[in-house]
Structure formats: structure tokens, C-alpha cells
Design a protein around this ligand. Structure first.
Ligand code: ADP
Length: 326
């Protein structure tokens, strides 16, 4: 089980942190993937763009290879039991620990004018999404590690108080380690809303991709053999490793180690590999977005599967809590 907020265009971080795993997992597991529209209201109360963004997230995931006939692919607000479970979990979540969450503190810093209770309890709603399907594996990027730990706490508190209903969910990535795709300016991670010139979006045109990559920070190059790389150079190599052929990566690693590397060439290569990776996805997205009848069908089919799973779980939950009076 996993979700992505419809707060903007999807980017390489979403792809390599989350979607890449969805596509593999859908062949191996019973999967539930969701567009987290309720979560987006915690930071984006203005809903003028919401519909477009929901359509786009659906289309972008499908263009990347998510198959709505294999996985349940649905919209969070179409499964009302999520909010019921969220309420029960809120009774097991404590204000102190919620206030200490890194993502909450970041958002308070960025938007001090909108510190709402939904933002504080964001990890509780996320836990409800996950355990509503009694999910074990949650394909997410590294930024979500702390939220998963909180979800496990709520599961353990629930199971301890009311009896074993939920398995403990774990963050999941096929490579083992969770992924963090860095931003092109060397500070933080790529993200939908912050720092758009340092983020590569799946919708970026070829020339924009080239422009963004060529602007990535470099320096005059290493002066001694086998030197360690500064963070911003390490990030460029990290991005290259996501999209380039192994011999290309080896060549630039060797050039770096013997001090002959030309960062202009490295960035040109990275730009072309990114263009080759993103362009086919971009054109598929455009085609899917034009077919609104298909997107509607995908959403309805997803909601049906998700509601069936949610209904079965909530029956167990109500019984465990004792909300079945006769
Ligand atoms: P954003 O932070 O761009 O708004 P979301 O919060 O909707 O993205 O996250 C959707 C998924 O994408 C999550 O699984 C998250 O861990 C993953 N993700 C987002 N940014 C990155 C990144 N830069 N590197 C790796 N994974 C990421």
C-alpha cells in the first residue's frame, strides 16, 4: 500500500522512491495504490487545481507502468472508512510525539500561517490508509521512514489494547535501502512544490531538462586522485546512476578518480540520459490525460476494490474495539 499527494507534477523522486517499486510489486503482491487527495488538503486548502492534479497523478502513474487491472488504484476520498479508522487511531496518537515529527516541524517552518490539526495528525491519517488494507509493505522514499515508524506504534498500541488485528507495516524498497533523490542544487530532496528549477518533473520538456541539469552546481574538479566527492558532485553521480548505462557511470567514476573529469561533459551526458528516460513517459501521460472516460473508469474500478478490502478490515476493527452492540 502506498500513496502520492495530488499537489503538483510528479518528479524523479516520486518515480525512484515510490512508483518504480509499485510497478514491480503489482506482479508479486495484492497492491493498493492511492491518490492522497485528503492529505493534500492539510497544506493545499485551495482546491482550484485539485481535479487537474488528481487526473495528472493517475495518468502519470499509469504512464510509468502502474496497471489498474493488477493493483487497486484509487482516490483516498472514495474510501470513507479511511476517516473512521483515522478517528480511532487519533485516540492512540499523542500530541507530544506528533509535534516532534520532522515533516510537521518542516511544514510549520515553511507555512506558519496554516498550522492546522490535520497537519499535526498527518501521520495518523497515513497510518489509517496503510492499515485499512492490513498492509505489510509500504513502498516509499526515505523521507517517509519516520511516518512508518509512527504507523507501527499505532498498530502496536491498537493490537495491545483491542487484540491482534493489524500486521506491522514496513517501508519497502526492492534495493533494500530506501531512496532519496537529491535536488539539482545540492540542497535537500526533489519535491513537487519546493524549488522547481532543482527538480526534474516527468512532464518536463527536453530543453527544460537540459537547462536544469546544466545549471547543477559543480566546481573546478578534484585535484588529487581518488578524492572523496563533495555532496553536490555526489548528487550528480547519484542521479547518473539512476538513468545511465553501467559503462557510462564507470567512465565518469574513473575520470573523477584520476582527475581528468570535465563536469560539462558529465552534465551533458546526464541531461541526455534524463531526456531519454523522461520523454517517453511524458508523451504517454499526454495521451492518457486526454481520455477522461478511461480515467473515470480506473477510479471507479479502484474504489470498488479498495472499498471491499476496507469494509472487511473495519468489520474486524469495530468488533475488536467493541462497537458491535448486539
Ligand atoms: P512530494 O514530497 O513531492 O510532495 P509526496 O509527499 O506525495 O511527494 O510523496 C510521494 C512518494 O514519493 C512518497 O513515497 C515519497 O517518499 C516519495 N518521494 C518524494 N520525494 C522523493 C525524493 N526526492 N526521493 C525519494 N522519494 C521521494
Amino acid at each position: 500500500m502506498s500513496g502520492i499527494r495530488p499537489t503538483g507534477f510528479l518528479h524523479l523522486g516520486n518515480y525512484f522512491g515510490a512508483i518504480r517499486n509499485y510497478i514491480k510489486m503489482q506482479d508479486e503482491f495484492e497492491c493498493y495504490f492511492m491518490v492522497a487527495d485528503l492529505h493534500s488538503l492539510t497544506t493545499h486548502p485551495d482546491t482550484k487545481e485539485l481535479k487537474n492534479h488528481v487526473h495528472r497523478v493517475l495518468a502519470e502513474n499509469i504512464a510509468c507502468g502502474l496497471d489498474p487491472n493488477k493493483a487497486a488504484f484509487y482516490c483516498q476520498s472514495h474510501v470513507h472508512e479511511t476517516t473512521e479508522l483515522y478517528l480511532y487511531l487519533n485516540m492512540l496518537a499523542y500530541k507530544g510525539e506528533l509535534e516532534k515529527t520532522a515533516t510537521f516541524k518542516d511544514k510549520v517552518r515553511l507555512h506558519p500561517e496554516n498550522v492546522n490539526a490535520g497537519l499535526l495528525t498527518y501521520p495518523v491519517l497515513q497510518a489509517a490508509d496503510i492499515i485499512l488494507h492490513r498492509a505489510k509493505y509500504v513502498p516509499v522514499g526515505k523521507d517517509q521512514e519516520q511516518h512508518l515508524e509512527m504507523a507501527r506504534n499505532y498498530v502496536n498500541r491498537f493490537n495491545h489494547r483491542y487484540g491482534e488485528v493489524f500486521p506491522e507495516p514496513q517501508a519497502f524498497n526492492y534495493g533494500g535501502e530506501l531512496v532519496k533523490v537529491p535536488s539539482l542544487d545540492g540542497t535537500g530532496k526533489m519535491s513537487k512544490s519546493d524549488n522547481q528549477m532543482a527538480t526534474l518533473y516527468l512532464a518536463d520538456e527536453d530543453d527544460i531538462i537540459r537547462k536544469k541539469v546544466m545549471k547543477a552546481k559543480t566546481d573546478s574538479g578534484p585535484t588529487e586522485a581518488n578524492a572523496s566527492k563533495p555532496d553536490y558532485i555526489e548528487n550528480i553521480f547519484l542521479l547518473l546512476k539512476l538513468v545511465a548505462a553501467p559503462d557510462t557511470i564507470e567512465k565518469f567514476e574513473a575520470d573523477y578518480n584520476n582527475c581528468t573529469i570535465r563536469y560539462g561533459d558529465l552534465k551533458k551526458q546526464l541531461a541526455e540520459d534524463m531526456v531519454n528516460f523522461i520523454a517517453p513517459i511524458r508523451s504517454k501521460v499526454d495521451a492518457i490525460l486526454n481520455d477522461k472516460a478511461y480515467l473515470k473508469k480506473v477510479m471507479e474500478q479502484g474504489a470498488e476494490k479498495a472499498n471491499a478490502s476496507a469494509g472487511a478490515t473495519m468489520k474486524l476493527v469495530r468488533e475488536a474495539i467493541g462497537l458491535n452492540y448486539f
